[in-house]
Design a protein around this ligand. Structure first.
Ligand SMILES: [Zn+2]
Length: 134
């Protein structure tokens, strides 16, 4: 499925989520990932690489069910972004666009709970930026 709103999502995240983000230690990353999967009824990831040697890109690997999180991404925003890919894929059986409305909805709900922010306000903000959210 075409990733039709990826650039809008990245721009909105940089402007709205990233400034509210907090740094995470490696243990905090593992705890956040595990807890986010279990509280959202999603199977745990097989592994989380917090010190990749071959890449500087943060990513979710759906086939391996793993996260790659280089040091620059050790913060709530980037970790939640990547784990939201895993949860969205599980909930939609892989039928949703990578950064589509379902993904944005999951990412916002997880981020809002973590930072005690209003889910409704974040959804309104995303929609005002022209992003589809469910
Ligand atoms: Zn992404």
């Amino acid at each position: 499925m075409r990733d039709f709103q990826v650039s809008k999502v990245y721009a909105w995240e940089d402007e709205v989520l990233y400034p509210k983000s907090r740094p995470l230690s490696e243990n905090q990353i593992i705890n956040l990932v595990d807890r986010t999967c279990s509280t959202n009824d999603t199977p745990p990831l097989r592994y989380v690489d917090v010190a990749p040697v071959r890449t500087s890109t943060a990513m979710y690997n759906a086939t391996q069910k793993s996260l790659v999180l280089p040091p620059w991404s050790h913060n709530t925003h980037h970790v939640i972004h990547e784990v939201a890919h895993h949860i969205t894929r599980h909930k939609t059986r892989g039928l949703a666009a990578a950064h589509g409305p379902e993904f944005v909805g999951w990412m916002i709900r997880i981020f809002a709970r973590r930072h005690r922010l209003s889910i409704r306000e974040l959804i309104t903000s995303a929609k005002n930026a022209g992003i589809e959210v469910v």
